[in-house]
Design a protein around this ligand. Structure first.
Ligand code: NAD
Length: 479
């Protein structure tokens, strides 16, 4: 498997209008110079996706064959998993154990899950009045532009590419400029798997250049976007001009609530993974912690002790649990949030400082703040780093009110041994995912997406198939 740095358009590796560097955030060294797609290359990619969509080789492909191709792609990702995981870790900084044990295995599972759907997209026969047969067909949308962020580069790309292809669309994939490398590997493997040229195009580039041109392009039928709420708003405004379908998976500030009757040891572990997994650069990070008063002091002491032990290190080392943040910009942004927490009067229980490994890298300590008030920036804004804000609550109703006191609504967690309380919480919280006595669980079969400013549309599960198909109603006279 060769690491390509050019654009994949219509089955060929081509040059862009410019190049950009992708940096290893652990060493601050340049890993590769990658071609960027400018408007002309975006146009070429969209045209090739359109041609591939209209070409009988893909349009009329036997659905079982389409399933086989996705399954074959999953096999190739699995065969190359150690190498892909290393590239992901180099590019993003996440610990190798996360890339190799979680992120890339999920890509394999996801491709297989949607391979399973490719030949099961049935319509319905609908009872109508009169002598007519009425039935529906589930048809692909056409060319899908998939724009993904840098925090789970290949994983999130697969959330879009797998269902889009299973439904018979063609795809133009734009990875984030910070982490373009594994998307290019996926393009290479898709060619090897036997997808016809142009069915999957991969065009790295900056958001305001490549992403913007893709969203503006009249030849794109749908944009499936994952990224920040701010960019999501721009994508929606831009897509409105050409009336594109869109789905948006955006930011979060997810509440994590611990009641006094919880299994506290399990809850401490859950809160730790909820905020420090993926360096906290996780849209669903449990970044607002609410602990019931009677256990608050003991719980926070245990949590802070655990946070202080989080192993910062070379992300390639198997024992490392906290890698560097993805980029210098993100590192500075997170440190500025920590400063704002201190200056607004929150109390640091753990971490709070930048770190280095062998004198380099964009590392930030696992940080826990207590005595946070709801108006502080660290309680309201998405930090997207290893920073937890703990707030007190009075009773169940107060916990719900505070959990919902955010513009976001992506995920939430609750720890309690009381089954009724758990289900009451699950019903009352305004978030697309609720984890009860666990956190950060994902499965290709379980839908994921936001309420409120965390976006709309769903990735994963059967629900994602709705995002990549349109329904046609066919009337047949029986007279
Ligand atoms: P971002 O919005 O800056 O970038 C995301 C992608 O959009 C990148 O590929 C970028 O190049 C592109 N982009 C930027 N400007 C664009 C424009 N004007 N037009 C088209 N594309 C453009 O986000 P980020 O900082 O890379 O990622 C972090 C964000 O992603 C966080 O807010 C996080 O919560 C969110 N996220 C959400 C989910 C989810 O499923 N809801 C998952 C992961 C990350």
């Amino acid at each position: 498997m060769e690491q390509r740095t050019k654009l994949l358009i219509g089955g060929s590796w081509t040059e862009g209008h410019d190049r950009f560097e992708t940096i290893n955030p652990a060493t601050e060294e340049v890993i590769a110079r990658v071609e960027e797609a400018g408007p002309a290359e975006v146009d070429a990619a969209v045209r090739s996706a359109r041609e591939a969509f209209d070409n009988p080789a893909w349009r009329d492909m036997d659905v079982h064959r389409r399933a086989e191709l996705l399954w074959r792609l999953a096999d190739l990702v699995e065969q190359n998993l150690p190498a892909i995981a290393r590239v992901e870790t180099e590019d993003n900084g996440k610990p190798l154990f996360e890339s190799s044990k979680v992120d890339i295995p999920f890509v394999v599972a996801n491709l297989r899950y949607y391979a399973g759907w490719a030949d099961k997209l049935a319509g319905e026969v609908i009872p109508v009045s009169g002598p007519f047969l009425n039935y529906t067909r589930r048809e692909p949308l056409g060319v899908v532009g998939a724009i993904v962020p840098w925090n789970f580069p290949l994983n999130l790309a697969s959330w879009k590419v797998a269902p889009a292809l299973a439904c018979g669309n063609t795809v133009v994939l734009k990875p984030a400029e910070e982490t373009p490398l594994t998307a290019l590997l996926l393009g290479e493997l898709a060619l090897e798997a036997g997808f016809p040229p142009g069915v999957l195009n991969v065009i790295p580039g900056r958001g305001r250049v490549t992403g913007q041109a893709l969203v503006e392009h009249p030849g794109v039928d749908k944009i499936s976007f994952t990224g920040s709420t701010e960019t999501g708003r721009i994508v929606m405004e831009t897509a409105a001009r050409t009336l594109k379908k869109i789905s948006l998976e955006l930011g979060g500030k997810s509440p994590h609530v611990v009641f006094a009757d919880a299994d506290l040891e399990a809850a401490v572990r859950g809160v730790i993974t909820g905020i420090f997994y993926g360096k906290g650069e996780v849209c669903a990070a449990g970044s607002r912690l609410f602990v019931e008063e009677s256990i608050r002091e003991e719980f926070l002491a245990r949590l802070a002790a655990r946070a202080a032990k989080t192993t910062i290190g070379d992300p390639m080392e198997a024992t490392t649990r906290l890698g560097p943040l993805v980029s210098k910009a993100q590192y500075e942004r997170v440190l500025a949030y920590i400063e704002s927490g201190v200056s607004e009067g929150a109390r640091l229980l753990a971490g709070g400082k930048a770190a280095t490994v062998e004198g380099r890298g964009y590392f930030v300590e696992a940080t826990v703040f207590d005595e946070v008030t709801p108006d502080m920036r660290i309680a309201r804004e998405e930090i997207f780093g290893p920073v937890l804000a703990a707030l007190p609550f009075e009773d169940f109703d107060d916990a719900i009110a505070q959990a919902n006191d955010t513009v976001y609504g992506l995920a939430s967690g609750v720890w309690t041994r009381d089954v009724a309380k758990a289900h009451q919480f699950a019903a009352a919280v305004k978030a697309g995912t609720v984890w009860v006595n666990t956190y950060n669980r994902y499965d290709p079969g379980s839908p994921f997406g936001g309420f409120k400013s965390s976006g709309f549309g769903r990735d994963l599960g059967r629900q994602a198939l709705e995002e990549y198909t349109q329904t046609k109603s066919v009337w047949v006279s029986l007279q």
